[in-house]
Design a protein around this ligand. Structure first.
Ligand code: FEO
Length: 396
Protein backbone atom coordinates (compact mmCIF):
# COMPACT_ATOMS: atom_id res chain seq x y z
CA UNK A 1 0.00 0.00 0.00
CA UNK A 2 1.01 3.58 -0.44
CA UNK A 3 2.37 5.79 2.31
CA UNK A 4 0.84 9.19 2.95
CA UNK A 5 3.36 12.00 2.48
CA UNK A 6 0.77 14.77 2.72
CA UNK A 7 -3.04 14.66 2.45
CA UNK A 8 -2.79 14.92 -1.30
CA UNK A 9 0.53 13.14 -1.94
CA UNK A 10 0.99 9.38 -1.60
CA UNK A 11 4.24 7.45 -2.00
CA UNK A 12 3.56 4.46 -4.26
CA UNK A 13 7.14 3.30 -4.89
CA UNK A 14 9.11 0.19 -4.02
CA UNK A 15 11.71 -0.34 -1.30
CA UNK A 16 14.38 -2.71 -2.62
CA UNK A 17 16.04 -4.21 0.46
CA UNK A 18 17.91 -6.84 -1.57
CA UNK A 19 19.69 -4.60 -4.07
CA UNK A 20 23.47 -4.87 -3.72
CA UNK A 21 24.55 -3.66 -7.17
CA UNK A 22 23.07 -0.87 -9.25
CA UNK A 23 23.79 0.24 -12.83
CA UNK A 24 24.54 -3.39 -13.66
CA UNK A 25 27.57 -4.14 -11.50
CA UNK A 26 28.84 -0.55 -11.44
CA UNK A 27 27.57 0.79 -8.13
CA UNK A 28 27.51 -1.06 -4.81
CA UNK A 29 24.39 -0.56 -2.72
CA UNK A 30 25.31 -1.94 0.72
CA UNK A 31 22.06 -0.60 2.18
CA UNK A 32 19.68 -1.40 -0.69
CA UNK A 33 17.68 1.34 -2.41
CA UNK A 34 14.19 2.48 -3.25
CA UNK A 35 12.40 3.61 -6.38
CA UNK A 36 10.13 6.39 -5.26
CA UNK A 37 6.95 7.06 -7.18
CA UNK A 38 4.30 9.56 -6.11
CA UNK A 39 0.60 10.08 -6.66
CA UNK A 40 -0.45 13.71 -6.44
CA UNK A 41 -4.20 14.28 -6.12
CA UNK A 42 -6.04 17.50 -6.85
CA UNK A 43 -8.90 17.98 -9.33
CA UNK A 44 -6.57 16.02 -11.58
CA UNK A 45 -4.47 13.05 -10.47
CA UNK A 46 -0.81 12.86 -11.42
CA UNK A 47 1.62 9.94 -11.18
CA UNK A 48 5.26 11.00 -10.86
CA UNK A 49 7.62 8.29 -12.14
CA UNK A 50 7.34 4.52 -11.76
CA UNK A 51 9.75 1.82 -10.52
CA UNK A 52 12.41 -0.54 -11.85
CA UNK A 53 11.12 -3.16 -14.28
CA UNK A 54 11.46 -6.27 -12.04
CA UNK A 55 8.90 -4.72 -9.66
CA UNK A 56 6.36 -3.83 -12.36
CA UNK A 57 3.61 -6.23 -11.29
CA UNK A 58 3.98 -5.39 -7.61
CA UNK A 59 3.90 -1.68 -8.45
CA UNK A 60 0.79 -1.92 -10.62
CA UNK A 61 -1.09 -4.08 -8.11
CA UNK A 62 -0.26 -1.65 -5.28
CA UNK A 63 -1.20 1.31 -7.44
CA UNK A 64 -4.58 -0.28 -8.19
CA UNK A 65 -5.23 -0.44 -4.44
CA UNK A 66 -4.69 3.32 -4.30
CA UNK A 67 -6.57 4.39 -7.40
CA UNK A 68 -8.55 3.17 -10.36
CA UNK A 69 -5.79 3.44 -12.98
CA UNK A 70 -8.14 5.08 -15.46
CA UNK A 71 -8.43 7.99 -13.02
CA UNK A 72 -4.75 8.90 -13.54
CA UNK A 73 -4.92 12.05 -15.67
CA UNK A 74 -1.23 12.74 -16.21
CA UNK A 75 2.06 10.90 -15.87
CA UNK A 76 5.32 12.75 -15.24
CA UNK A 77 8.43 10.96 -16.49
CA UNK A 78 11.23 12.88 -14.79
CA UNK A 79 13.99 10.74 -16.29
CA UNK A 80 13.99 7.70 -18.56
CA UNK A 81 16.55 5.53 -16.80
CA UNK A 82 14.84 2.20 -16.22
CA UNK A 83 14.89 2.37 -12.42
CA UNK A 84 12.18 5.03 -12.83
CA UNK A 85 10.55 4.17 -16.13
CA UNK A 86 10.70 0.37 -15.96
CA UNK A 87 7.01 -0.08 -15.17
CA UNK A 88 5.83 2.43 -17.80
CA UNK A 89 5.31 -0.05 -20.65
CA UNK A 90 2.90 -2.16 -18.61
CA UNK A 91 1.18 0.91 -17.16
CA UNK A 92 0.76 2.39 -20.63
CA UNK A 93 -0.64 -0.90 -21.88
CA UNK A 94 -3.38 -0.48 -19.27
CA UNK A 95 -3.96 3.28 -19.73
CA UNK A 96 -2.58 3.87 -23.24
CA UNK A 97 -3.78 7.40 -23.94
CA UNK A 98 -2.62 9.01 -20.71
CA UNK A 99 -0.37 11.98 -21.47
CA UNK A 100 3.26 11.67 -20.36
CA UNK A 101 4.91 14.98 -19.46
CA UNK A 102 8.67 14.95 -19.93
CA UNK A 103 11.56 16.82 -21.52
CA UNK A 104 12.37 16.64 -25.23
CA UNK A 105 15.40 14.53 -24.36
CA UNK A 106 13.20 12.15 -22.36
CA UNK A 107 11.01 11.59 -25.42
CA UNK A 108 14.18 10.43 -27.18
CA UNK A 109 15.39 8.24 -24.30
CA UNK A 110 11.95 6.73 -23.57
CA UNK A 111 11.46 5.95 -27.25
CA UNK A 112 14.99 4.57 -27.33
CA UNK A 113 14.23 2.24 -24.44
CA UNK A 114 10.70 1.15 -25.21
CA UNK A 115 10.06 1.94 -28.90
CA UNK A 116 6.55 3.18 -28.19
CA UNK A 117 4.80 6.25 -29.53
CA UNK A 118 3.07 7.23 -26.31
CA UNK A 119 1.12 10.46 -25.82
CA UNK A 120 4.16 12.59 -25.01
CA UNK A 121 3.78 16.22 -23.93
CA UNK A 122 7.16 17.92 -24.09
CA UNK A 123 7.90 20.52 -21.41
CA UNK A 124 10.65 23.06 -20.77
CA UNK A 125 11.81 24.97 -17.71
CA UNK A 126 9.05 27.26 -16.47
CA UNK A 127 6.18 25.38 -18.16
CA UNK A 128 3.23 24.81 -15.85
CA UNK A 129 0.60 22.10 -15.63
CA UNK A 130 -2.65 23.07 -13.93
CA UNK A 131 -4.00 20.23 -11.83
CA UNK A 132 -6.90 22.07 -10.19
CA UNK A 133 -6.16 24.22 -7.19
CA UNK A 134 -2.41 23.86 -7.72
CA UNK A 135 0.14 23.71 -10.48
CA UNK A 136 3.20 21.67 -11.31
CA UNK A 137 6.09 23.81 -12.54
CA UNK A 138 8.74 21.96 -14.54
CA UNK A 139 12.46 22.64 -14.27
CA UNK A 140 14.81 20.90 -16.68
CA UNK A 141 17.82 19.45 -14.87
CA UNK A 142 20.13 18.09 -17.56
CA UNK A 143 22.86 15.73 -16.29
CA UNK A 144 21.18 15.33 -12.90
CA UNK A 145 21.49 12.57 -13.78
CA UNK A 146 20.96 12.27 -17.55
CA UNK A 147 20.40 14.89 -20.26
CA UNK A 148 16.67 14.07 -20.03
CA UNK A 149 16.21 14.72 -16.28
CA UNK A 150 13.82 17.29 -14.85
CA UNK A 151 12.38 18.43 -11.52
CA UNK A 152 8.71 19.23 -10.86
CA UNK A 153 7.60 21.75 -8.26
CA UNK A 154 4.12 21.54 -6.74
CA UNK A 155 2.72 24.95 -5.82
CA UNK A 156 0.65 25.28 -2.69
CA UNK A 157 2.41 22.36 -1.02
CA UNK A 158 5.87 23.72 -1.93
CA UNK A 159 7.17 20.27 -2.79
CA UNK A 160 10.11 19.76 -5.13
CA UNK A 161 10.12 16.37 -6.88
CA UNK A 162 13.82 16.15 -7.66
CA UNK A 163 14.19 12.65 -9.10
CA UNK A 164 17.82 11.43 -8.79
CA UNK A 165 19.17 14.70 -7.36
CA UNK A 166 19.43 14.79 -3.55
CA UNK A 167 18.74 11.03 -3.41
CA UNK A 168 20.66 8.10 -1.97
CA UNK A 169 20.68 4.35 -2.39
CA UNK A 170 19.26 3.67 1.04
CA UNK A 171 16.42 1.28 1.85
CA UNK A 172 14.33 2.39 4.81
CA UNK A 173 10.78 1.82 5.94
CA UNK A 174 10.78 5.24 7.55
CA UNK A 175 10.97 7.28 4.34
CA UNK A 176 11.61 10.65 6.00
CA UNK A 177 15.05 12.15 6.59
CA UNK A 178 14.44 12.91 10.27
CA UNK A 179 13.51 9.31 11.08
CA UNK A 180 16.68 7.56 9.94
CA UNK A 181 20.25 7.19 11.22
CA UNK A 182 21.88 10.47 10.17
CA UNK A 183 25.41 9.03 9.79
CA UNK A 184 24.13 6.30 7.47
CA UNK A 185 22.01 8.77 5.53
CA UNK A 186 24.79 11.28 4.89
CA UNK A 187 27.30 8.53 4.09
CA UNK A 188 24.95 7.27 1.37
CA UNK A 189 24.28 10.82 0.11
CA UNK A 190 28.00 11.49 -0.16
CA UNK A 191 28.70 8.17 -1.87
CA UNK A 192 25.89 8.87 -4.35
CA UNK A 193 27.22 12.34 -5.13
CA UNK A 194 30.86 11.21 -5.35
CA UNK A 195 30.21 8.27 -7.66
CA UNK A 196 27.41 9.63 -9.83
CA UNK A 197 27.39 13.42 -9.80
CA UNK A 198 31.07 14.43 -9.48
CA UNK A 199 31.51 14.92 -13.25
CA UNK A 200 28.56 17.30 -13.28
CA UNK A 201 29.50 19.48 -10.32
CA UNK A 202 29.53 22.69 -12.39
CA UNK A 203 25.99 21.91 -13.56
CA UNK A 204 24.89 21.07 -10.00
CA UNK A 205 26.16 24.45 -8.84
CA UNK A 206 24.38 26.27 -11.69
CA UNK A 207 21.12 24.36 -11.15
CA UNK A 208 21.07 25.09 -7.42
CA UNK A 209 21.55 28.80 -8.12
CA UNK A 210 18.80 28.68 -10.76
CA UNK A 211 16.28 26.95 -8.48
CA UNK A 212 17.13 29.22 -5.55
CA UNK A 213 16.83 32.15 -7.98
CA UNK A 214 13.17 31.28 -8.66
CA UNK A 215 12.50 32.20 -5.03
CA UNK A 216 10.08 29.30 -4.63
CA UNK A 217 9.67 28.13 -1.03
CA UNK A 218 10.62 24.48 -0.53
CA UNK A 219 8.90 22.65 2.33
CA UNK A 220 9.76 19.17 1.15
CA UNK A 221 12.07 17.49 -1.39
CA UNK A 222 10.73 14.21 -2.73
CA UNK A 223 13.61 12.32 -4.34
CA UNK A 224 13.41 9.19 -6.45
CA UNK A 225 15.80 7.17 -4.24
CA UNK A 226 15.94 6.95 -0.46
CA UNK A 227 14.47 9.43 1.98
CA UNK A 228 12.10 12.34 1.52
CA UNK A 229 13.62 15.52 2.93
CA UNK A 230 10.96 17.11 5.14
CA UNK A 231 13.04 18.26 8.14
CA UNK A 232 15.10 21.26 7.03
CA UNK A 233 14.93 20.08 3.41
CA UNK A 234 17.42 22.67 2.20
CA UNK A 235 20.18 21.05 4.27
CA UNK A 236 20.82 18.61 1.42
CA UNK A 237 20.84 21.48 -1.09
CA UNK A 238 23.47 23.21 1.06
CA UNK A 239 25.49 19.97 1.13
CA UNK A 240 25.27 19.69 -2.66
CA UNK A 241 26.52 23.26 -3.00
CA UNK A 242 29.53 22.35 -0.79
CA UNK A 243 30.19 19.12 -2.65
CA UNK A 244 29.92 20.82 -6.05
CA UNK A 245 32.65 23.31 -5.07
CA UNK A 246 35.59 20.89 -5.52
CA UNK A 247 35.03 19.45 -2.06
CA UNK A 248 38.01 18.47 0.11
CA UNK A 249 38.54 17.48 3.70
CA UNK A 250 41.88 17.30 5.50
CA UNK A 251 42.35 13.74 4.27
CA UNK A 252 44.87 11.80 2.22
CA UNK A 253 43.84 8.47 0.73
CA UNK A 254 46.44 5.87 -0.22
CA UNK A 255 45.24 3.29 -2.73
CA UNK A 256 47.48 0.37 -3.57
CA UNK A 257 47.63 -3.26 -4.60
CA UNK A 258 50.46 -5.60 -3.79
CA UNK A 259 51.80 -9.01 -4.83
CA UNK A 260 54.34 -9.91 -2.14
CA UNK A 261 53.75 -7.11 0.35
CA UNK A 262 56.46 -4.74 -0.93
CA UNK A 263 54.00 -2.08 -2.11
CA UNK A 264 51.85 -2.56 1.00
CA UNK A 265 54.88 -1.90 3.24
CA UNK A 266 55.66 1.18 1.17
CA UNK A 267 52.06 2.41 1.59
CA UNK A 268 52.19 2.06 5.35
CA UNK A 269 55.59 3.75 5.62
CA UNK A 270 54.44 6.64 3.40
CA UNK A 271 51.36 7.04 5.62
CA UNK A 272 53.65 7.35 8.64
CA UNK A 273 55.64 10.06 6.90
CA UNK A 274 52.52 12.05 6.00
CA UNK A 275 51.46 11.99 9.66
CA UNK A 276 54.90 13.24 10.69
CA UNK A 277 54.36 16.25 8.44
CA UNK A 278 50.81 16.88 9.70
CA UNK A 279 49.56 14.93 12.73
CA UNK A 280 46.05 16.32 12.15
CA UNK A 281 45.57 14.91 8.67
CA UNK A 282 43.38 11.82 8.25
CA UNK A 283 45.24 9.15 6.30
CA UNK A 284 43.32 6.14 4.99
CA UNK A 285 44.79 3.12 3.21
CA UNK A 286 42.86 0.84 0.85
CA UNK A 287 43.98 -2.26 -0.98
CA UNK A 288 42.11 -1.78 -4.26
CA UNK A 289 41.84 -5.51 -4.88
CA UNK A 290 40.06 -6.04 -1.56
CA UNK A 291 37.92 -2.92 -1.25
CA UNK A 292 34.67 -1.93 -2.89
CA UNK A 293 35.58 0.53 -5.63
CA UNK A 294 32.66 2.87 -4.93
CA UNK A 295 33.75 3.13 -1.31
CA UNK A 296 37.26 4.03 -2.49
CA UNK A 297 35.85 6.69 -4.83
CA UNK A 298 33.92 8.18 -1.91
CA UNK A 299 37.19 8.49 0.02
CA UNK A 300 38.95 10.03 -2.98
CA UNK A 301 36.11 12.56 -3.19
CA UNK A 302 36.74 13.57 0.43
CA UNK A 303 40.53 13.79 0.01
CA UNK A 304 42.75 16.76 -0.73
CA UNK A 305 45.36 14.38 -2.11
CA UNK A 306 45.78 10.74 -3.05
CA UNK A 307 48.70 8.35 -3.49
CA UNK A 308 48.35 5.38 -5.79
CA UNK A 309 50.71 2.42 -5.69
CA UNK A 310 51.28 -0.76 -7.65
CA UNK A 311 54.18 -3.07 -8.17
CA UNK A 312 55.32 -3.52 -11.74
CA UNK A 313 53.94 -6.58 -13.48
CA UNK A 314 54.44 -7.41 -17.15
CA UNK A 315 55.85 -3.89 -17.65
CA UNK A 316 52.56 -2.51 -16.33
CA UNK A 317 50.39 -2.24 -13.23
CA UNK A 318 48.10 -4.61 -11.37
CA UNK A 319 44.57 -4.81 -12.79
CA UNK A 320 42.81 -3.57 -9.63
CA UNK A 321 44.87 -0.37 -9.80
CA UNK A 322 44.26 -0.01 -13.55
CA UNK A 323 40.52 -0.32 -12.85
CA UNK A 324 40.32 2.22 -10.06
CA UNK A 325 42.52 4.67 -12.01
CA UNK A 326 40.10 4.47 -14.94
CA UNK A 327 37.18 5.10 -12.58
CA UNK A 328 38.98 8.09 -11.04
CA UNK A 329 39.89 9.51 -14.46
CA UNK A 330 36.29 9.37 -15.66
CA UNK A 331 34.93 11.26 -12.68
CA UNK A 332 37.11 14.31 -13.40
CA UNK A 333 38.03 15.32 -9.84
CA UNK A 334 39.36 18.85 -9.52
CA UNK A 335 41.82 20.60 -7.20
CA UNK A 336 43.39 17.45 -5.79
CA UNK A 337 47.06 16.56 -5.52
CA UNK A 338 48.60 13.16 -6.13
CA UNK A 339 51.71 11.00 -6.47
CA UNK A 340 52.52 7.40 -7.36
CA UNK A 341 54.62 4.70 -5.73
CA UNK A 342 55.41 1.03 -6.16
CA UNK A 343 57.94 -1.73 -5.78
CA UNK A 344 59.57 -3.54 -8.68
CA UNK A 345 62.01 -6.33 -9.42
CA UNK A 346 63.26 -5.78 -12.95
CA UNK A 347 61.95 -3.06 -15.21
CA UNK A 348 59.87 -0.83 -12.86
CA UNK A 349 57.41 0.97 -15.15
CA UNK A 350 54.51 1.12 -12.70
CA UNK A 351 55.25 4.47 -11.08
CA UNK A 352 55.60 6.29 -14.41
CA UNK A 353 52.41 4.70 -15.71
CA UNK A 354 50.38 5.61 -12.62
CA UNK A 355 51.80 9.14 -12.64
CA UNK A 356 50.71 9.60 -16.24
CA UNK A 357 47.20 8.32 -15.55
CA UNK A 358 46.81 10.58 -12.54
CA UNK A 359 47.88 13.53 -14.69
CA UNK A 360 45.32 12.55 -17.34
CA UNK A 361 42.74 12.43 -14.55
CA UNK A 362 43.33 16.10 -13.74
CA UNK A 363 45.39 15.64 -10.55
CA UNK A 364 48.28 17.96 -9.73
CA UNK A 365 51.37 15.76 -9.40
CA UNK A 366 53.51 16.89 -6.51
CA UNK A 367 56.44 14.57 -7.31
CA UNK A 368 57.71 12.03 -9.82
CA UNK A 369 56.79 9.28 -7.39
CA UNK A 370 58.64 6.72 -5.32
CA UNK A 371 60.10 3.40 -6.39
CA UNK A 372 61.65 0.67 -4.26
CA UNK A 373 63.41 -2.36 -5.67
CA UNK A 374 62.15 -5.73 -4.42
CA UNK A 375 60.75 -5.79 -0.91
CA UNK A 376 61.94 -2.59 0.80
CA UNK A 377 64.58 -3.11 3.48
CA UNK A 378 64.95 -0.87 6.50
CA UNK A 379 66.67 1.82 4.49
CA UNK A 380 64.00 1.57 1.81
CA UNK A 381 61.26 2.05 4.39
CA UNK A 382 63.07 5.07 5.83
CA UNK A 383 63.08 6.48 2.30
CA UNK A 384 59.32 5.85 2.06
CA UNK A 385 58.71 7.66 5.36
CA UNK A 386 60.79 10.55 4.07
CA UNK A 387 58.84 10.56 0.79
CA UNK A 388 55.57 10.60 2.76
CA UNK A 389 56.84 13.45 4.92
CA UNK A 390 57.76 15.47 1.83
CA UNK A 391 54.37 14.72 0.28
CA UNK A 392 52.60 15.82 3.47
CA UNK A 393 54.61 19.05 3.65
CA UNK A 394 53.56 19.94 0.11
CA UNK A 395 49.91 19.72 1.11
CA UNK A 396 50.17 22.41 3.74
FE1 FEO B 1 17.80 6.72 -10.56
FE2 FEO B 1 19.54 8.06 -13.17
O1 FEO B 1 18.32 6.90 -12.34
Amino acid sequence: MGITIKDNITWVGKIDWELRKFHGEEYSTHRGSSYNSYLVRDEKTVLIDTVWKPFTNEFIENLKKEIDLTKIDFIIASHAESDHSGALPELMRLIPDTPIYCTANAVKSLKGHYHQDWNFRTVKTGDRLNIGSKELIFIEAPMLHWPDSMFSYLTGDNVLFSNDAFGQHYATEHLFNDLVDQAELFQECLKYYANILTPFSALVDRKIKEVVGFGLPVDMICTSHGVIWRDNPLQIVTKYAEWAANYRENQVTIIYDTMWDGTRKMAEAIAGGILQADPDVTVKLYNAARTDKNDIITEVFKSKAILVGSPTINRGILSAIAGILEEIRGLGFKDKKAAAFGSYGWSGESVTMITERLREGGFTLVSDGMKEVWNPDEEGLVNCVSFGRGFGQQLK
